[in-house]
Design a protein around this ligand. Structure first.
Ligand SMILES: Cc1ncc(COP(=O)(O)O)c(C=O)c1O
Length: 391
């Protein structure tokens, strides 16, 4: 049976990108590599919709957060983090690991953070050097109201707005300068349609100034050192050369599709997925769902992880299950990156079959697929990844 990957990272990689990564390895201290890297820098600035340099790091998204924490702050600094899911909680834990004073704003899993709670934390800790929020909390499928939080942070000269956009950038319209985001982080294995292994980060002028004051020990992850190198199309250390070849191709694909079409496609696939699962009588777990991943409460009475495991073992489809507090209780369907309408129809059809096999029969066969088709009935407008190859 064909393998199908619908997890919110890693996500599928298009053939064009896989082929590009199979090119012979360039040495990274050569004009050939520098030419590719320059095009990637331009493409990333386009994707981030920023005037700032977007740095490429050879690590996963968590590594980019380490780089930001070590480069911007000093032990003893106060950092406010928003919990409410595995990744929000991670940024609080990491702050503690670096000896910062982590002020964690609690939020029930599945809910969006109340902006008033962050406002209160800022008022209580006016010396805070940063507020850290996930745009899309992948573990719950929630979109947090980061724009309103950024508006609060903007008024403070000594506080940075740090946005984990690891499953948000390339999904919806996010612009650091317009939205008041000082530090924007994303990773390769999500909407960028690449394998895991690269992370990307942009810093505002305010954030770069903060870097001048940081006293945290650092060596490999040093954003100022990377900035100096990347401005001349080099990296401080050996980069993941093949992934950068892939990045060059994936950025080309994204530019062919165009940002408005990319955002519209994600919104459409997300709406179709939500319509499909609710038509099966299932409940969405996220109160304010993000367009990157749809989290669904598993019907009562089923074995823990019945849907997730049923898809994995019987349909060769990997979606995601629940983590930590909601382990076994929810399942999550990804639609960020290289997905089209038929991916959604296929996974909904497979979910219907697995649900019936598991004994949940409170829907008409085809109800989920039918509801999703209503949203998708204008036709197949998702990007054609093979177009460039055929022309
Ligand atoms: C919102 C969010 N933040 C952080 C991470 C961690 O990124 P990585 O696994 O690339 O280190 C992920 C990964 O799924 C994520 O979805």
């Amino acid at each position: 049976m064909k393998y199908r990957l619908l997890s919110p990272g890693p996500t599928p990689v298009p053939e064009r990108v896989l082929t590009a990564m199979a090119n012979p390895i360039w040495h990274h201290r050569t004009p050939a590599f520098e030419g590719t890297f320059q095009k990637c820098r331009e493409g990333l600035a386009w994707l981030f919709q920023t005037q700032q340099e977007v740095l490429t790091l050879s690590c996963s998204g968590t590594g980019a957060f380490e780089a930001v924490y070590q480069s911007c702050f000093s032990p003893g600094d106060t950092v406010i983090t928003v919990a409410g899911g595995k990744f929000g909680e991670r940024w609080g834990n990491m702050a503690r690991a670096f000896g910062f004073n982590a002020v964690v704003v609690d939020c029930p899993w599945g809910e969006a953070i109340e902006v008033a709670k962050v406002k209160a934390a800022l008022e209580q800790h006016p010396q805070a050097k940063a507020v850290v929020v996930c745009a899309s909390e992948t573990s719950t499928g929630v979109r947090h109201p980061y724009e309103a939080i950024a508006a609060l942070v903007k008024e403070r000269d000594e506080t940075l707005m740090i946005l984990d956009a690891i499953t948000a950038l390339g999904v919806w319209d996010l612009r650091p300068e317009r939205d008041g985001i000082d530090v924007l982080v994303t990773g390769s294995q999500k909407a960028l349609m690449l394998p895991p292994g690269l992370a990307f980060v942009s810093l505002s002028g305010k954030a770069w100034k903060m870097c001048d004051k940081s006293k945290s020990p650092r060596y490999y992850f040093d954003l100022k050192k990377e900035l100096k190198n990347q401005k001349v199309n080099q990296t401080a250390y050996t980069p993941a050369v093949s992934l950068i070849e892939g990045l060059h191709e994936s950025l080309k694909m994204m530019q062919e599709e165009g940002l408005p079409a990319i955002f519209a496609r994600h919104s459409r696939l997300a709406r179709a997925t939500r319509m499909g699962v609710t038509a099966l009588g299932l409940e969405l777990f996220a109160k304010t769902p993000a367009d990157s991943v749809t989290s669904v409460v598993q019907p009562a009475g089923l074995k823990p992880d019945a849907v997730y495991k049923g898809l994995m073992n019987r349909a060769n489809i990997t979606i995601a299950g629940g983590q930590d507090a909601v382990k076994g209780k929810i399942f999550r369907i990804a639609h960020l990156g290289y997905y089209d309408e038929l991916d959604i129809i296929t996974v909904l059809a497979a979910i219907e079959i697995v649900l019936r096999q598991e004994g949940y029969t409170q829907f008409q066969p085809g109800a989920g697929v039918g509801a999703a088709s209503e949203i998708l009935k204008d036709g197949f407008v998702a990007q054609d990844a093979t177009a460039a190859r055929r022309s």
